[in-house]
Design a protein around this ligand. Structure first.
Ligand code: SAM
Ligand code: SF4
Length: 361
């Protein structure tokens, strides 16, 4: 396989598989990797830009933005997504950066929501957002076909929110959550990264807030994906610490049947209400991973922590526009190249050069 160093404006080097090689590898049937994992979930990052600057994700200043000319157009996104759906992808999750900053976001949703799989069933369209702009955009998004929402909320305290996100916008996020709660979109999920010096004393309040909004709180272990490379394992809050904090207030019973979902879930006081934990660091779930990622600048990634990307831009922007067979081949190369796990816990682990905002969470 040809390996070509690729640079897209950030100080990093990784390999990129050529379109021609990928086309040769094109096949049919579902996207199965060499460990038998079938890939059904495509995370589509729409932009690396954001209205917040969460410390665990982006630097306060000096972020190197993706070149505007490299950002996928709506037609390019739809084309890749259509090929992915034909190859068995059943869920698209729009993310970023902040997906609601994309000016054509309603049109993105409208075009993606009607894509069908080989069985004629439409894909499921979900979004992860910081919630800002939801009050104005949500009716249009629902009308366009958005089916599920995850909204990020790490703290309910204004001063903490301002320090953590470097923006004084808690009220806008809360208004977004209120709009989502009032909409018919269910299940509604709220994501919170648990952090020792930020919100460890607030975990039960966050769960109660979610319950009050008919939502499920999902705590995420902080991962080494911040653009500033400041993650420190000894300081991260673990799944067990999160559960201990919650167990002081509620009785938790595991929900069976997790499948490929990233979150382990527990029933609160016998249910039906639930809480989840995404323990990517202390209890990795790579063995059941069914996710692929498409960055805003057209790179396919088979893992959040991957250091190899599969560049679709040369196919999409070749003089003849490339073929769908080439795009399909690239998807299959990417899936075949997937490692068994992310190796965060290995001594030789290398953090990817891209921050989470440029990968797509
Ligand atoms: N801007 C949107 C948002 O914040 O929901 C979507 C993109 S954001 C990158 C997606 C998710 O990734 C958010 O829930 C965020 O909390 C999470 N995230 C970002 N950096 C992370 C990190 N270093 N560790 C764990 N989760 C992280
Ligand atoms: Fe923006 Fe989401 Fe990253 Fe926070 S986590 S800086 S809201 S992309």
């Amino acid at each position: 396989m040809t390996a070509v160093p690729v640079s897209i404006g950030m100080p990093r080097a990784w390999s990129s598989k050529s379109a021609a090689t990928a086309a040769e590898e094109a096949a049919s049937g579902p996207l199965v990797d060499t460990y038998g994992r079938v890939h059904r979930d495509l995370r589509i990052s729409l932009t690396d830009r954001c209205s917040l600057r969460c410390t665990y994700c982006m630097p306060e200043q000096g972020n190197e933005w993706l070149a505007k000319s490299s950002i996928l157009t709506l037609d390019e996104i739809v084309r890749i997504a259509t090929v992915a759906a034909a190859a068995g992808v059943t869920t698209f999750r729009l993310t970023g950066g902040e997906p609601l900053l994309r000016t054509d976001i309603v049109e993105v949703v409208r075009r993606l929501a009607v894509i069908e799989g080989p069985d004629g069933r439409p894909v499921e369209l979900a979004m992860t957002t910081n919630g800002i702009r939801l009050p104005e955009l949500l009716p249009g998004l629902v009308d366009a076909g958005l089916r599920r929402l995850n909204i990020s909320l790490d703290t309910l305290r204004r001063d903490r929110f301002r320090d953590l996100t470097r923006r004084d916008r808690l009220d806008d996020v809360l208004a977004g959550i209120a709009a989502a709660a009032a909409s018919g979109l269910r299940p509604l999920k709220l994501n919170a990264v648990a952090m020792r010096d930020v919100n460890l004393d607030e975990l039960t309040e966050l769960v109660q807030f979610a319950l009050d909004h008919d939502a499920e709180l999902r705590f995420i272990e902080q991962m080494p994906l911040d653009a500033g490379h400041t993650w420190d394992r000894s300081r991260m809050v673990t799944r067990d610490e999160i559960l201990d904090a919650l167990a002081a207030r509620w009785t938790l019973m595991p929900v069976p049947g997790r499948g490929g979902a990233p979150a382990e879930r527990w029933m609160i006081d016998g249910g039906p209400r639930t809480v989840g934990v995404i323990a990517s660091v202390t209890a990795p779930f790579c063995g059941d991973c069914d996710r692929l990622r498409l960055t805003a600048d057209g790179q396919l990634r088979n893992c959040l922590f991957s250091t190899t990307e599969y560049d679709l831009l040369p196919v999409l922007r070749s003089p003849d526009g490339g073929t769908d067979v080439e795009i399909d081949g690239m998807l299959r190369s990417c899936v075949r190249g997937k490692l068994p796990g992310h190796a965060i816990n290995d001594p030789g682990f290398l953090q990817p050069a891209r921050g989470m905002n440029a990968i797509g969470g």
